[in-house]
Design a protein around this ligand. Sequence first.
Ligand code: MOS
Length: 740
Amino acid sequence: MTTAHIGQPTDRVDGRAKVTGVATYAAEYHVPDLVDGVVVSSAMATDTITRIAAADTRARDGVLQVFTHANAPRVPRSDRRDRDEVAPPGAPFRPLDDAEITSSAPPAALVVATTFALARSAASLVRVGYERAVHATDLKEKREAAYPPQARELMPPLPTPRGQAEQAFANAAVPIAAEDLRPIEHHHPMEPFATTVVRDEDGQLTVDDTTQGVQHVRDDLCHVFGCSTDDLRVVSPYIGGAFGSGLRPPYQVFLAVLAARELKRSVRVTLPRQQRFSLGHRPTTWPRVVLGSAPDGTLDAVIHEAIAETSRFEADSEPVVHWSGLLYRCDHVTRAHQVAPLDLHTPCDMRAPGAAWGMDALEGAMDELAATVGIDPVERRLKHDAERDQHDDKPCASQALGAGYRPGAARFGWARRHPEPRSMREGDTRIGWGMAGGVWDAGQLPAAANAMLTADGKLTVSSATADIGTGPSTIMTQIAAETLGLPMEDVTFTLGDSSLSKAPVEGGSFTASTVGSAVKAVCQEGCGQLFQLARTSDDSPLADAERADVTCTGGHIRLNRDSSRAVSLTAVLRQGTRDTLEAATSAGPSPTRAHDSSSSHSAVFAEVNVDQDLGTIQVTRVVSAVAGGRILNPKTARSQVLGGIVWGIGMALEEESVLDHAFGRFVNPNLAESHVPVNADVHDIEVLFVEEHDEVVNPLGAKGLGEPGVVGVAAAVANAVFHATGTRVRDLPITLNTLR
Ligand code: MOS
């Protein structure tokens, strides 16, 4: 009699709308008299705008206005209250705020015209004069200016050191010191950043935006423009990817709202791909990992330091070195993280921020250590697998790092690996097998949800979260359907509207646990309300029951001990002569969580083929074994990890936003010259889930998979390249010219 939906490989509830084009994205709203804004980007790095010649442009037919710093209204940016929910310390970027240019290609003007084509052609006529100043975009050159940033809210603080790492390293029999440079990467979701602001006759604005957090964008806009949340609503029913780029409000949303307010009409601003490169990105990072070990591989010292870029106006920081003392048993650990200001936009979170570069550096060094002492890398890790959280010496609420290693190794056939580098080959092809581990915190934040059941038995559950393609729409529908005992087709989950129940940004791999817990709670609350109605009706078969004795299942409220005693949900509503029943509640992390540590873990195994003459690298096989708690939907979960693996291949071998330091500009700001893995780069990928039952992490037992899916993949590929060739390339991506 159970209606089991959780754990089923359910198809995406929004899949059909997306593939048939029914789903509308932020740039696809057509309202009468909609006008378009096109951004004119500053041409030079670190300058002052001295002059903007726009008179000719303004005089053109169809051009409504050219906004520049000279005529745009001033907005606040210096107070703590001016920062959005995800912002690091500092003064957030505000477009057209003043004449100073402090990053690469920020907006110099916004041209608004009656059509997109007119606006674009008019924008090409705007002439901007500059006074040049010295700029810096090379991290290595700015290392002297690096400073330790304040930890960001929502991010773990830097853990305290333990033991005497420097001394332990000095005494270590086997010293390993690895210094790597990691490049800038830009997010490349399919949907460009876009905002359509629809203004009604009363002047109220509906802002359709490409965002991972509708309420957070609403609050920020209302603060900046001094308007009330009654007058401005942000919606984002669909978003075509994001990977973190939609966490903070990008400048086009401010420009679109500014123009709509000033011109008193509906305005759309869409950024072409090239202008994405003037926004947040994964920061170039320079990690240094130092390991000291005994001859048998026992880890004596871990020192992990990193310098990353930030902007001149904000102190961004990521948990780059955080993980290096968490996973492995080691008595002497120190970590340091610094940022150096460059003349680029503030970096922003990109899938597994910090961990992606930091863990990969650690896992490369661990591989080097294993190879140096002659221990199998899997055995070396299992030898140091920490059963307790090494930061705070707390018990782990469920299986730790080791969980995926043996099943992953077995699936991959790791036992057949010849440990010696350059020892596996087929004709002219050198074969390498490498592995690495991944990790990410299993986080949960407070969130609320609303449930509405109508007399026809249809349920709508809602919360102001987002679905960036990761699957929340689907898993929330599953959770709601199961908790109220309804078929999937009778349940709708609504998101992406700032007027819905409060939810944080969708990110950090915490949405399944955060919003999922709220959805479960509100459906339980709804079931309780229905039960109270049901038991008080005449001749109720549940008259003598208590709440704990009944469950909502199969469209009925049923007595657990005698399932024949039941009342249908629709009958309850009819008896109560009600058309609808509504419940609202919230959920947050349980206090018991504080006593235990919870993380998702992965063990990644990769095979590469390296052509010995040409040096070309193919990743022919990847197996990732993931311990991510309860898997709510194996289909969407697998897709998450598959995507992470593809990305990891790109991080190892392809991705890099290349700067020309002379001009302080990116030279490959497009999808033709920014390399990412395509079908021909992606071969056999297998994802295994290691079942876990974690009673502590949250009522669903789910830990999150978005970020952990990518962590460790690039290291596994790089380690495989070393195994194939005997060459350890420290800087990513590994390309033909670096693999010599
Ligand atoms: Mo994720 S980087 O929090 O979208």
